[in-house]
Design a protein around this ligand. Structure first.
Ligand code: ADP
Ligand code: MG
Length: 318
């Protein structure tokens, strides 16, 4: 049209310019479209998870669990995740308020399962689990779980300030109580070394801290919460010996006056326990204090000696 004199050369240049903007816009739209498709697929997975029913339901009008003292009874408990595949058989024990119970045994023996049914993430097949005389099936689940502090293998922290993470366990806690808890958990010193101390924001759930430090923070948080019962799945993480010692001290402070269940991979962490339960293939095969079990020269003794030898020959145990 320009050559035939039907349009100005300026119009052509403007036309070319505008076509490029249009092309750019289309490219953006189509690349967003691909992202939207991805998001739709992702969202459907997320909703699948959100729609999942909890493993067990509360009984209709189940009462709240009263403030517990920490008396825990396993009364001839049998349990299976899948029908016909028995995991725990005839587990019986009685932990009195304030006692420390250590759980040990080979991988897959059923240690974590005992904790899962104590907090009623699953219902048992036979027998009963009673806390202060209340069957765990008869009370509202959340009112039970809130009274049990759990320190997990993978420390969970929020992307918020260190102080907020400590207070998360108990909103009414004062700053002083949180600092005190951090001191008991041996976390105070490294917290002060952070750029803004207690007001340092944890990036991405704490990636700006080492794993050992994250663990000490979760211990401090459990000290702030101060419930009557404590569950601890010992970390297998490879922290240096000095950090490990600091963590151990924090854990001891945490266990004070609480009925505690400690799943130990390193037997040294449960030597002080009032009672050690040795679990094998879902059964309690031995029980007693460290000294008693060592004298028995049975399963526990063998487990202990093999770890001890491993340590001597420099092998890092699980
Ligand atoms: N959610 C589950 N569904 C089915 N089987 C499971 C589940 N969790 C654990 N198990 C099985 O239960 C047994 C005990 O596991 P677990 O309690 O985790 O052992 P431990 O903590 O002593 O290593 C194992 O055989 C394991 O495969
Ligand atoms: Mg386990």
């Amino acid at each position: 049209m320009v050559m035939e004199g039907m349009a100005e050369i300026g119009t052509l240049i403007a036309f070319i310019g505008f076509s490029f903007s249009l092309l750019g816009a289309f490219t953006t739209i189509f690349s967003s479209y691909a992202q939207i498709l991805n998001a739709i697929v992702g969202a459907s997975r997320v909703f699948e998870v959100l729609d999942q029913k909890p493993g067990v339901d509360d009984r209709k009008n189940a009462p709240a669990m009263p403030a517990v003292d920490g008396d825990v009874i396993f009364d001839h408990v049998d349990f299976s995740y899948i029908p016909e595949r028995r995991i725990l058989t005839d587990n019986t024990f009685h932990a009195r308020p304030g006692q420390v119970f250590g759980l040990c045994g080979p991988t897959g023996a059923g240690k974590s399962t005992i904790i899962n049914i104590l907090t009623r993430y699953y219902d048992i097949e036979n027998g009963a689990i009673r806390i202060d005389g209340n069957d765990v099936r008869e009370v509202k689940q959340d009112t039970l779980r809130i009274q049990i502090a759990q320190v997990q293998q993978e420390p969970f922290l929020f992307s918020d300030t260190i102080m907020a993470n400590l207070k998360y366990a108990r909103e009414s806690a004062t700053d002083e109580e949180c600092v005190q808890a951090a001191q008991q958990a041996n976390a105070h010193d490294f917290i002060l070394q952070q750029p803004k101390g207690y007001h340092t924001i944890l990036v991405d759930g704490g990636t700006n801290l080492s794993q050992g430090q994250r663990q000490m923070l979760t211990i401090a948080r459990a000290i702030v919460a101060n419930p009557r019962m404590l569950i601890l799945d010992e970390a297998t993480s490879n922290v240096d010996t000095r950090t490990e010692k600091l963590i151990q001290e924090g854990l001891l402070a945490l266990q004070k006056d609480k009925t505690s269940f400690i799943i130990a991979h390193r037997l040294s962490t449960i030597q002080h326990a009032d009672q050690i339960l040795v679990i094998d293939k879902g059964a309690i095969v031995e029980r007693g204090s460290h000294t008693e079990l060592m004298m028995k020269k049975g399963f526990y003794f063998d487990l202990y000696m093999s770890q001890f030898r491993g340590k001597l020959s420099g092998i890092v145990m699980e």
